[in-house]
Design a binder for this molecule. Sequence first.
Ligand code: GLC
Length: 727
Amino acid sequence: MVRAESPRVASDPDVDQLIAQMTLAEKLGHLNQMGGGISATDNPGAKAARMSELAEQIRAGAIGTFIGAHGAEHTNALQRIAVEESRLKIPVAFANDVIHGYRTIFPIPLAEAATWSPEWIEKACHVAAIEARAAGTHWTYAPMIDVCRDPRWGRIAETAGEDAFLGAEIAAARVRGFQGDDPSKADRMIACAKHYVAYGGAEGGRDYNTVDISLSTLHDVHLPTFKAAVDAGVGSMMSAFNEIGGVPASGNEYTLRTVLRERWGFDGVVISDWASVRELVPHGFAVDEAEAAAIGIRCGVDIDMASGIYQKFLAAAVERGELPMRLIDESVRRTLILRKKLGLFANPYTDVSRETALQGAAEHRALARDVARRSMVLLKNESGVLPLARKAQRIALIGPLVESKRDVLGTWAGVGREEEAIDVLQGLKSVAGADVTIDRALGCEVLAALPNGIDEAKRVAQNADVVLLALGEMEMMSGEGHSRASVELPQPQLDLANAIFDLKKPTAVILLTGRPLSIPTLAERAGAIVLAWHPGSEAGHAIADVLFGDFNPGGKLPATFPRSTGQVPLYYNHKNTGRPPSEGNRFTSKYIDIPWTPLYPFGFGLSYTSFSISDATVSPLEARADGVIRVSVKVTNTGKRDGDEVVQVYYQDPAATMTRPVRQLCAFRRVSVAAGRSETVSFEIPVTRFGFHDNSGQFRVEPGEIRLGVGGDSATELGLRVQLVKS
Ligand code: GLC
């Protein structure tokens, strides 16, 4: 039985007075979201026809919010109809997917997570809000905060990776960046935490697929990022496509009512992911669309995106007495309060004078370049291939991605324009200087060989002092509906790389990708590997800054790199099992054909300098559940170059009333340390961070030993001990 009303329902006297005047049809119109865009390719007649269709729907109060409308002028034209010609003059709101930038495109979110710098991610989200709001977008369908342990899933590109704690810190930073203290400001938007919940747990990494997890895993892996977003004041949530153990997320009373509304007190808007409420029918959870609509509204999915089934079926359900009007009013109230929070009742229009000057502004591009450099992860650097010397030399730039502008923007690239993206070749030319000659050759396509491609590439490489190989994925190989059964590098690229490696030239790989890849050949044969992800509008500049050492890379992996797809799912905070893998013992949990360990572990990343982390201490040695422990370490830059280290604190609960991961991240900080200097880094860690949920969804902090370790990646030793004692 679904509770008729959540205990905390948003309230506002002005809004309540408005609701009292609304007809049922108008109320349902405000629970309906449809497309509001006009295709740029349409001829004037088609555009005029589309505009009058939208105008008619707005006048009738049949739509309350739009997706896909862009531009201050176009959104103001629609808004004018709403506030001047509709019966109750209620302003409409405009939403879009502003995921990692609007016109200035930042690195994909997985890359931004590799910065391990929430404060930088917050700045990037603020710039996205500045540009998007100036172009009439009030509401972004971001942050995407699903936790994902399976790189076959194309949408891992949009996540903060495999860890709930890193993901939660970043989720809160993104909400702050988009919303600020007041989302009615001209440089802010309402954010939307998505996809609620556990979408990243899809079996087989196949998009929209079944998620079948324990309640403990739901609470400890998939819910923490959403709780962090709610605690940061996120204004809305998006309910996911997937089912969770037999109950679809968009019809799930436990997650949508019990957890979100009652336990967490969230009283913002929940919107369906596209037609995810209507999809309760193919899920086999509703007999028809009318039942799907009733389930959705009862669970507190306030707005139905794109399917129209609320508008089509809920009036009859109310008139038949099957659906209390209170449920409808509760959702209408939330959608009107969202628009009030945006200031749209007082100031419905966007100032058109700001739009042009702000799109792609120089300071926005500069920040995008900074974030892109910080996101890059140095996976390998032997025999000093990198950084490239500042001297006269001939560089061979080879690979299918050397001049790709579209691919470096990555998936969900807002209204970013590929012609405004700096590709790898452009970036190198602008940073390398006049005495460097750069010869380029494709060598192959991303997914196919090129006739004579390898011969041409070898010829270019033969004449060079150093070779740069730009390899990886196209933009359309990750993102929604782009899952891959194999995360290996495509064979044509491997053939090209091996042919180049055979020349025994100093060779560095620039890896452009939307996901972790299995790259054992590159790991073995390349002199250096810079993981650049899909770095956004400033890709080429940022890559060149790192290659030439103008920026010392300090990024760390937010997701594990496997040796083979066959290992997936492979993640650092796995369980120990009763037979943990061990050399020489066949009857333990491992493979006979490859090592059980990852190629590169979570948290891993090198630098052009080197660091030592020592003198780790923890106090007090005994603590209660309501206590705080303090961990301190000394970080020394033992090299000759200033650089960043990400200090990571991991813990393990070696014996509890449920099996616990072999380790979990519980604190981190990216610190800059000058060459030869040392810094002391300290963390205050609440003991509740060592708690967990059992399979009844109850949270516990248990007495007993906690092991801790501090290092530069997740493979660090856990040499510290703290005893948790009963309160
Ligand atoms: C898509 C995505 C979601 C997006 C929505 C609107 O299907 O799943 O992330 O916000 O539809 O574009």
